[in-house]
Design a protein around this ligand. Structure first.
Ligand code: 5AD
Ligand code: FES
Length: 346
């Protein structure tokens, strides 16, 4: 039996086997895994692709991650934040377009205290009781995560970025720690969020050994969601001259992750659409099942630039949604607008 066949059968490999699967990968294995990944996803979710309306609420960040375009020390970044009023009106527009999940994403902006966020969450839940709200606002205390959950947040995305502590140290300033990242993910789980982790593909210093650890981490942690996309250099960061991650490896990993944990909600990310014009379509065809059209006001979109040449920065929300719907239909999938909760019954 090949390693790929073993993965399909057991939904797991050893650390050494994950590494070997990545080292020895070829087109034929990629095709085989994509076919199997699509098959298991179809058994659980049919040809439905879930949408989440992404609202980029602030690019002000107290952190200084070496890869990120909105890192604190980037003086060229024009900073903005949306106030609760503006966020609610983005959600209003999104609701009218059919969205039933909103993702509020932003840097670690001190303005968004528990008080401000809890007020916003209560208002969102009040106005749109049939919607799920996902937060993606970085590392906070357990008490804070609890308060936000109590105020109505349903899901939380916090990419682990890399499951290897040494590698984590090379991507982040020394004030940030792998240990705290893991603490956050544990707390979020225990508090009862649907939790998403994830990592960049092709980030600086990453080798197949680190990726094998990421896969093993997903195998043990079984996240409800997993965001993976290629690393793309940003011109105002220390990693400006590094190579971007590839479409090929990202799609391979999407298939593997789908097979490790079949019910996972797996987005075909904007970063994947940025490195290739059909990146998101190819991501879905490799096993992803979520897309996240941008609902941020057009006036701020270019400012939320985590990496160079980010797509979807000029389009109105309706255009962005329509564009993705067409793209999904062009490959035989249906864009669905319901909450799209993860299946827990399998
Ligand atoms: N390229 C790709 N993804 C990036 N992110 C941050 N910077 C980059 C980059 N240069 C990702 C990180 C973060 C998420 C919000 O965006 O994984 O968790
Ligand atoms: Fe860390 Fe932006 S500076 S994600």
């Amino acid at each position: 039996m090949t390693l790929a066949e073993k993965l399909v059968k057991d939904h797991r490999l050893t650390l050494e086997e994950y590494k070997r699967l990545l080292d020895d990968r070829d087109e034929e294995t990629a095709r085989f895994l994509a076919e199997k990944a699509v098959e298991v996803r179809k058994n659980l979710y049919g040809n439905r692709v879930f949408t989440r309306g992404l609202i980029e609420i602030s690019n002000i960040c107290r952190n200084d991650c070496l890869y990120c375009g909105i890192r604190r020390s980037n003086r060229n970044c024009e900073r903005y934040r949306l106030n609760p009023e503006e966020i609610l009106s983005c959600a209003e527009e999104g609701y009218g377009l059919g969205f039933r999940t909103f993702v509020l994403q932003g840097g670690e902006d001190p303005y968004f205290t528990d008080e401000v966020l809890c007020g916003l969450l209560r208002e969102l839940k009040n106005r749109f009781p049939d919607c799920a709200v996902t937060l993606s606002m970085g590392e906070r205390s357990r008490e804070s995560y609890q308060a936000l959950r109590d105020a109505g947040a349903d899901r939380y995305l916090l990419r682990h970025e890399t499951a290897d502590e040494t590698h984590y140290g090379k991507l982040h300033p020394k004030e940030m720690s792998f240990e705290n990242r893991m603490r956050c993910l544990r707390d979020l789980r225990e508090i009862g969020y649907q939790v998403g982790c994830g990592f960049m593909v092709g980030s600086p210093y990453q080798t197949n050994a680190e990726l094998a650890k990421d896969l093993q981490f997903i195998e043990t942690c079984k996240p409800d969601m997993c965001g993976i996309g290629p690393f793309i250099p940003h011109k105002d960061t220390p990693f400006r001259d590094r190579a971007a991650g590839t479409l090929e490896l990202t799609c391979f990993l999407l298939s593997v992750i789908r097979l490790i944990h079949p019910p996972v909600l797996l987005p075909a990310t904007t970063a994947l659409g940025t490195i290739h014009p059909l990146g998101r379509e190819k991501g879905i065809q490799a096993g992803a099942n979520v897309v996240m059209p941008n609902l941020s006001p057009v006036s701020v979109r270019k400012k939320y630039e985590l990496y160079d040449n980010k797509i979807c920065t000029g389009e109105e929300s309706a255009q962005c949604r329509g564009c993705l719907q067409q793209r999904m239909e062009s490959i035989g999938y249906e864009l669905v607008v319901d909450r799209g909760d993860v299946r827990k019954d399998v």
